[in-house]
Design a protein around this ligand. Structure first.
Ligand SMILES: [Zn+2]
Length: 111
């Protein structure tokens, strides 16, 4: 029995081709399916300012017009929605402010 006293091999660790630390991927913030424009989905070409039920979904609780990133409406329809809401407001079909919401009792529906 010989106790071989060999010097420790001080060679650098082999670089594994797959073992490279990959950059951490940012976590997915949005999961699930993408929002689609309701108007496009229902094949409605225009926006009717008299259709309060539909327009209500595009205003916030405070009566503000919701941004596109929340409603998921496409560029074309968001523009029409915006005009439609403004027309409806002018005809007192939709509230301008929270004060109007309280007085008229027309509550926007969250879409
Ligand atoms: Zn659309």
């Amino acid at each position: 029995m010989t106790s071989e006293e060999r010097p420790r091999e001080d060679r650098p660790r082999e670089d594994r081709p797959q073992g490279e630390d990959r950059p951490a991927r940012p976590p997915r913030r949005f999961t699930g399916r993408r929002k689609v424009c309701r108007f496009c989905a229902d094949h409605i070409p225009g926006v009717d300012y008299k259709e309060i039920g539909r327009l209500r979904m595009y205003i916030s609780e405070r009566g503000k017009i919701e941004p596109r990133r929340k409603t998921g409406a496409c560029q074309k329809h968001q523009r029409l929605i915006c005009t439609g809401i403004k027309r409806a407001r002018h005809l007192a079909l939709l509230p301008y402010t929270l004060e109007h919401v309280r007085k008229t009792g027309i509550f926007p529906v969250r879409g």
